[in-house]
Design a protein around this ligand. Structure first.
Ligand SMILES: Nc1ncnc2c1ncn2[C@@H]1O[C@H](COP(=O)(O)OP(=O)(O)OP(=O)(O)O)[C@@H](O)[C@H]1O
Length: 249
């Protein structure tokens, strides 16, 4: 299957310091969730910054839908079909859910298309439909994250980049947020996900990629990475779960 996002042999870093990414590659196919795993400081967020156009790579290529978009800035990356949902909360609490979601569509001029996108995100995220007229600040943390997801899908992106979507959420809200990530995937979006809670994220993802020392240490189906005892000890905070036990999300 052709990838919506390809990062090829990326070398990237900050200022004059040694590069953080030293020949990193990943493929994110349409309708799949790819989870990046790795120790603190390995460069997971740096990968998202490169993919989202916030950090220009020193070397390597970024392809979106097969088109070479290397070196483009964040707006051009959004126009190319890459939507970034940042770490932490970025809803405007004193604005309504509707106003927050429509912020994601400020580039859409076509009214008919706009209503189609609104109908679509309301269908994918029921909470957004239910609380459309409410002030976003009145929603729970998990619900606010869904408003951010809805905003990111307004431009009908090919790829969504999610940086730690469960940060600051309790386990129940985390479960809901992962359910919504699956709904994005099922709607055909390619998802590149970074999560502190690596085991939980891999349980949700289709594919996993372990990043260490600026390169891919190992990649493959998420279920295989989860079942690997050595990876479990090194990167996932302990031994794998009992085989066949799926988490409730
Ligand atoms: N804006 C920046 N300026 C300089 N160095 C940075 C900057 N952002 C990150 N770094 C450095 O780049 C390296 C990789 O950071 P990055 O945030 O990508 O790692 P990470 O794998 O996402 O880490 P974590 O799991 O702790 O969030 C770290 O050594 C970090 O100190």
């Amino acid at each position: 299957m052709a990838s919506e996002l390809s990062l090829v042999d990326i070398v990237a870093g900050y200022g004059r310091a040694a590069p953080v990414l030293r020949g990193f590659s990943v493929e994110v196919p349409a309708g799949k969730i790819v989870c990046l795993v790795g120790p603190n400081g390995a460069g997971k967020s740096t990968v998202l910054k490169v993919a989202g156009g916030l950090l220009k790579p020193r070397d390597g290529k970024v392809l979106v839908g097969g088109e070479d978009v290397t070196g483009r800035g964040p707006q051009a990356m959004l126009a190319a079909g890459v939507s970034l949902v940042l770490q932490g909360h970025s809803v405007f609490r004193e604005m309504t859910v509707e106003e927050n979601v429509l912020l994601g569509a400020y580039t859409l001029r076509d009214k008919a298309l706009l209503s189609k996108r609104v109908a679509f995100v309301k269908e994918v995220f029921p909470v957004v439909a239910d609380r459309w007229g409410s002030l976003a600040g009145l929603l729970s943390g998990g619900q606010q994250k869904q408003v951010e997801f809805a905003r990111s899908l307004m431009v009908d992106p090919k790829v969504v980049l999610l940086d730690e979507p469960s940060m600051g959420l309790d386990p129940k809200a985390t479960g809901t947020v992962f359910e919504q990530v699956v709904r994005m995937r099922d709607a055909g979006t390619a998802v590149l996900l970074v999560e502190q809670n690596a085991r939980r994220a891999l349980e949700t993802a289709d594919l996993g990629c372990v990043l260490d020392l600026g390169r891919v240490h190992i990649s493959g189906p998420a279920s295989e990475l989860l079942a690997d005892p050595q990876l479990g000890e090194l990167y996932l905070g302990g031994r794998p779960a009992e085989p066949g036990v799926k988490p409730k999300i």
